[in-house]
Design a protein around this ligand. Structure first.
Ligand code: OAD
Length: 239
């Protein structure tokens, strides 16, 4: 049997890939994210209403990042990028830095990054490891209050969409990992892939996602088991 050789691989990841590293998913635990309704902490309205609470919430999440490490699923994707002869792009909905810590280079954070902040006056983006608050001035334009998490909240436009669309159009393998398929536009990527009819599509998740029936191939189980197994098989087949 002829094994397909994939040139351009697009991998969409969600919170499920980081769950076994110790970071909470969004829709587990009764639909709460670290004890909060997502809409109470991840909207521009929530930030306008109670910036102190939203800063505090993201300060805690940022601290969590220094307690966790990439797991074998993140590492397997970095291995794939290192060994695959074509292109591998990770499009992640995650705001953690675990793909980069695992060694992945080609990562698009469509929902932003916890280790960055942005000035809401001059729009400059800064690497940021400490806490933020309304008392801090922008390091560039000195406006105050100015800083906000560099995170895409509900009702805001995700980052890198043009680049992501180009990657999806040229993909011949699309793999979705650890996402519930509940949040658009990422949830719609599989429909785009299907309508173009060019790429093979694979879902790797703990349980069937909302878009499960649209995938050509599915594997269910913990990411730390099924992602390395999938990557090893792919590298063996495509040499
Ligand atoms: P969700 O919490 O909605 O979904 C996580 C998925 O991972 C679920 O389908 C779980 O079954 C699966 N899962 C859990 N543990 C797993 C494991 N160990 N191995 C494999 N799969 C596992 O998270 P996302 O789909 O990433 O957006 O959520 C999408 C967006 O909704 C987030 O980026 C965030 C949120 O609101 C913003 O904040 C803008």
């Amino acid at each position: 049997m002829k094994v397909p050789h994939y040139q351009n691989i697009v991998i969409l990841t969600g919170a499920g890939i980081s769950a076994e590293s110790g970071l909470a998913t969004f829709r587990g635990d009764g639909g709460l994210w670290e004890g909060h309704n997502v809409m109470d902490v991840a909207t521009p309205e929530a930030f306008r209403r109670d910036p102190v609470m939203v800063h505090r919430f993201y300060n805690e999440r940022r601290k969590d990042l220094f307690k966790v490490k990439p797991n074998p699923a993140h590492k397997a994707l970095a291995r794939l990028e290192g060994k695959h002869k074509g292109e591998v792009i990770i499009v992640t909905q995650n705001i953690d830095n675990l793909h980069q810590l695992a060694g992945s280079k080609n990562v698009l954070h469509m929902h932003g990054e916890m280790l960055k902040v942005r000035c809401r006056q001059c729009h400059q983006v800064f690497d940021w490891e400490g806490d933020t608050s309304e008392h801090l001035a922008c390091p560039s334009c000195q406006a105050k209050p100015a800083l906000r998490p560099h995170i895409v909240w509900f009702n805001e436009v995700p980052f890198h969409m043009e680049e992501i669309e180009v990657a999806l159009y040229t993909a011949d393998l699309f793999v979705s990992i650890g996402t519930s398929g509940a949040v658009y536009p990422a949830a719609g990527f599989i429909s785009m892939i299907r309508s173009m009819g060019k790429a093979h599509s694979v879902e790797l998740n703990l349980e069937p996602s909302e878009g499960q029936s649209l995938f050509a191939e599915t594997h269910y189980g913990k990411a730390t088991k099924i992602v390395p197994a999938f990557v090893d098989k792919l590298l063996k087949e495509t040499g």
